[in-house]
Design a protein around this ligand. Structure first.
Ligand code: ZN
Length: 75
């Protein structure tokens, strides 16, 4: 599993976007390394950035911006 620094990525799904050449993250489950809470974020609640997203712990509020490519090794 991938550790981003603040979170451990447990699972994620990428989807194609009709008007974009880039895939976006549709949902992601990540475990906060500060409080160990597992947060699952689904589309609509995801704060998308260009080429990435912001993961926010639902328990302690810790946030980290993660590039899409940073979700998986070699992805
Ligand atoms: Zn947390």
């Amino acid at each position: 599993m991938t550790v981003t620094g603040a979170f451990k990525i447990l699972s994620f799904e990428m989807i194609d976007v009709a008007d974009s050449p880039h895939k976006v993250v549709d949902c992601v489950s990540a475990q906060c390394l500060r409080c160990n809470h597992v947060t699952t974020i689904t589309d609509g609640a995801i704060h998308h950035l260009a080429g990435g997203l912001v993961i926010r712990c639902a328990n302690c509020g810790r946030e980290q911006a993660v590039a899409n490519g940073g979700l998986s090794h070699g992805g």
